[in-house]
Ligand binder design. Structure first.
Ligand SMILES: C[S@@+](CC[C@H](N)C(=O)[O-])C[C@H]1O[C@@H](n2cnc3c(N)ncnc32)[C@H](O)[C@@H]1O
Length: 243
């Protein structure tokens, strides 16, 4: 059976090459802002769901939390576990499933790590799994693209040269998903991957979360500016488990 696109693409070295210019200073500031806002006691257990190589897990851990980072990509987790300590752990895990026997004060799903699945029920599975892994009044933080703005400003065609590789990027919107076609050649081989993210807006998240969560706040940037459909780059949702 063919692997789902996100299981394949995110597990390649090329995904990390293409996105290597992520802003670590910005990530630090974002986590610091989030921690101040949700004010969780030190030493609480936190889950970084779809952690990649664990960049946010490490920052969360530096704020004196006990952090588990999980991701579907074995290669990313192999990289992340090099940083393992007594209070910072990593494991491979599919976010549609519950991690047995573990409960967290907060679960973080950051940098548009949602909306990849073929079936809409899988989105619901993620939300209900998260609800089962949270302590009473636990927080679920989702940081997603502001789909409306992304669609309005879609850069249809672009070329990026990184580490000597020319990535040809083509983006389109089919009414439901934002597609990014990624073409490049390396070591004499041609590659083609497709990223496909559901264009979920605030109303879609409200519907998804309503069964188990109440939304406490929404923000539109890593500096936690108010969310505006017209202007925000991000859609950041802070939700709390219903009692
Ligand atoms: C855009 S990246 C963001 C990674 C990380 N949060 C960061 O900010 O660097 C999305 C991540 O979601 C992971 N992912 C995709 N589907 C997943 C699934 N079903 N379960 C867990 N992780 C998944 C990918 O492997 C990838 O690491």
């Amino acid at each position: 059976m063919q692997k789902e696109w996100f299981a394949e693409w995110f597990n390649t070295e090329y995904y990390h090459i293409l996105y290597q210019d992520r802003n670590e200073e910005e990530a630090n500031r974002f986590i610091s802002n989030l921690i101040s806002f949700i004010s969780i006691p030190n030493n609480s257990k936190l889950l970084d769901l779809a952690c990649g190589k664990g960049r946010h897990s490490k920052i969360l851990n530096s704020f004196s939390y006990d952090v588990l980072g999980v991701d579907l990509s074995e290669n990313s987790i192999l990289e992340a576990i090099k940083e393992t300590t007594a209070t910072l752990r990593f494991d491979t895990h599919d976010m549609r499933k519950v991690i047995p026997k573990l409960k967290f004060a907060a679960v973080f799903n950051l940098f548009t790590s949602f909306g990849y699945f073929d079936s809409p029920e899988d989105n619901q599975k993620v939300c209900s799994s998260v609800s089962e892994m949270l302590n009473s009044k636990g927080k679920f933080v989702i940081d997603f693209m502001n789909a409306d703005k992304v669609i309005r400003n879609l850069v249809h065609s672009e070329e990026k040269i990184i580490d000597g590789i020319t990535f040809k990027l083509e983006r389109r919107f089919d009414g439901k998903h934002v597609f990014k076609e990624i073409h490049f050649s390396d070591k004499g081989q041609n590659f083609h991957f497709t990223e496909r993210v559901q264009a979920l807006n605030l109303q879609n998240f409200q519907a998804l979360l309503s069964a188990n969560f109440r939304i406490l706040e929404t923000f539109g940037s890593f500096d936690l500016a108010p969310f505006s459909v017209a202007n925000s780059d991000r859609l950041i949702i802070i939700a709390e488990l219903k009692s």
